[in-house]
Design a protein around this ligand. Structure first.
Ligand code: NA7
Length: 548
């Protein structure tokens, strides 16, 4: 007898369309093909790599160590690839991803220079209808958004920008050729993670560099350097265990979850200072955060570490007035992304670098010859916008996504994203998000989070095929509970206090919602596994009709 709940399932061009060919899209394609599904990837860039394709600015580097910021799914890949530095540079990560595309023969299913503009769910046929800016039209049973969390760059709407006669650069869409700033007067707008990488590099080349700072940020030295072969071999010998610790950890790095975290206020001041000094000397942002386990919960704990970093800034920057400006005062440490740098603060000791405080003297306009604040003209030959991204939702909002009964994702999310586990959204059957809003994503090593999502999605599609399920859709109730749970965790921390891109504060008009899931990758993985083990609890599954 036919199941009365059964829904149509017309033939489709592909089992899945995947949007984006960065870390997420490449692995999703590989995993689906391995499981016997057909898939097509559409990628806007003319090469694979996602974030690492676009962000080619000088100094671009990952803030997670190379040996961890890499795929774990293939032990052979793990063993054969050689990293050269503790923290990988953009060209090296891009080369790695190109190697992955070749090694797993992924390119034949990837269409480059093709941006997905439309993804509509056809209720009657039970397929997604996809359109691209090249006029492609195709259907797929599933649509997987591998669009990235930081992939929609944001240029501020500054008056006079069209008048500026010099060259302008956007860090998130950097030219593919080398840019030479030798002999030029260069301006950088922004002092986030990106600017903190770009500024020391450009300062070495430019005749003069003017940094326009609106908000000072906390930054920790990377202590980057070559990765000795012996050290890499040691990691490779113990990779399985290292990866396992990362998979169960809070941040997706090989630091085990503490059994009974100590409160910072219980740590004697001398012991805390000694451990902070040691971590500062060793370098790395995540480990500094781990030094005070309640740093994101307890204002007093936070202040102790923040004071330590401010003291370091003052000890490094020779001009006390400049040092003062560089000391963050607007937010607790870690509530904006804690930056990782190489000689960032030292750069302000150079004679050819000027720091401008945009809070005291805001930008008035760009002119033909430079930038004018409310008090002064700064002549510039080139201007770099290191002004960030419409994070977490920007790339999804740029696509016309419509689900069941014409639901528009943009409308449904007008008051902030609504997802179940950051993987799916009610009203959008057979649509999956990789590292979507309300998943751990940017609060972890992205590659570890991507692998967890990709594997969960691939297993899910396998289950649906085996059980002849035509549609999977997040239930409204499960979604509401998940959104509330995500918000409750965020609100129990200091995180929402900062005007960060985590809350969308950097995009005028964006609803203020704390978007990443802060419960940690390990616990989140357990929850996702539990959902799957319970036959996809919290999802509505609709069978396909039995055909003779
Ligand atoms: P961020 O962290 O969003 O930083 C952007 C910077 O640009 C930040 O200092 C902003 O100041 C500044 N900004 C943005 N708009 C303006 C205007 N209109 N005027 C002056 N200054 C402005 O982006 P990043 O690219 O550095 O880093 C994003 C993530 O990529 C990073 O966290 C890593 O995860 C990788 P504000 O703080 O808003 O006052």
């Amino acid at each position: 007898m036919n199941d009365p709940r059964a829904v149509p399932q017309a033939a489709a061009d592909f089992d899945a369309v995947i949007v984006g060919a960065g870390f997420a899209g490449l692995y999703m394609l590989h995993r689906l093909r391995e499981a016997g599904f057909t898939a097509r990837v559409f990628e806007a860039g003319d090469g694979v790599g996602g974030t690492w394709y676009w962000n080619r600015y000088p100094g671009a580097r990952c803030d997670i160590e190379s040996v961890d910021y890499s795929y774990s799914f293939s032990p052979e890949l793990e063993q054969e690839w050689q990293w050269t530095e503790r923290y990988p540079r953009q060209p090296e990560i891009l080369a790695y991803l190109n190697h992955v595309a070749d090694r797993f023969d992924l390119r034949r299913d990837i269409r480059l220079e093709t941006r997905v503009t439309v993804a509509h769910f056809d209720d009657a046929a039970g397929v997604w209808r996809i359109e691209t800016d090249r006029g492609d039209r195709c259907t797929a049973r599933y649509c997987v958004m591998a669009t990235g969390c930081l992939s929609a760059p944001k240029v501020p709407d500054l008056p006079g920008v069209e008048r500026f006669a010099g060259a302008t650069y956007l860090t998130g869409a950097w030219p593919h050729h080398e840019v030479d700033f030798t002999g030029l007067r260069v301006g950088v707008i922004g002092t986030g993670s990106t600017a903190i990488q770009v500024i020391p590099q450009v300062a070495r080349q430019a005749k003069h560099l003017t940094v326009f700072q609106r908000t000072a940020n906390f930054s920790v030295p990377a202590r980057n350097g070559p990765l000795p072969v012996a050290e890499q071999q040691r990691v490779k010998a113990g990779y399985r265990e290292r990866r396992e610790v990362s998979r169960r950890s809070l941040f997706g790095i090989p630091v085990a979850m503490p059994d009974a975290p100590r409160r910072t206020r219980d740590i004697p001041p001398a012991e805390l200072s000694a451990s902070l000094e040691a971590l500062w000397a060793q370098g790395g942002a995540m480990s500094l955060l781990a030094a005070a386990p309640d740093i994101l919960m307890d204002p007093e704990a936070n202040a102790r570490v923040a004071d330590f970093v401010r003291d370091k800034i003052r000890a490094t920057v020779k001009n006390p007035a400049v040092a003062d400006l560089l000391c963050p005062t607007t937010h607790p440490l870690g509530t904006k992304r804690l930056c990782l740098d190489t000689e960032y603060y030292e750069t302000y000791n150079r004679d050819n670098v000027t720091l401008v405080d945009l809070r005291a003297t805001p930008i008035d306009t760009l002119t033909e010859h430079g930038l004018r604040t409310t008090v002064q003209d700064y002549p510039l030959d080139a201007l770099i916008f290191a002004t960030g991204f419409d994070a977490m939702t920007g790339a999804l909002a740029a696509i016309d996504i419509r689900g069941r009964a014409g639901h528009r994702l943009r409308d449904d999310w007008a008051d902030g994203p609504h997802t179940y586990l950051g993987l799916a959204s009610a009203g959008f059957p057979n649509l999956f998000l990789i590292t979507g809003p309300q998943s751990p994503s940017v609060f972890t090593n992205m590659v570890a989070s991507i692998e967890q999502h990709v594997e969960w999605i691939a297993d899910c599609l396998d289950y649906l095929r085996a059980h002849r399920i035509a549609r999977i859709e997040a239930s409204e109730n499960a979604q509401a509970d998940w959104v509330a749970h995500t918000a409750a965790i965020a609100n129990s921390t200091l995180m929402p206090q900062a005007d960060s891109w985590y809350v969308g504060a950097n995009v005028p008009g964006k609803p203020r919602v704390f978007t990443p899931y802060l419960g940690g990758l390990g616990p989140y993985r357990q929850r996702c596994d539990q959902v799957a083990a319970q036959g996809y609890a919290g999802f509505e599954l609709t069978p396909a009709p039995i055909t003779a």
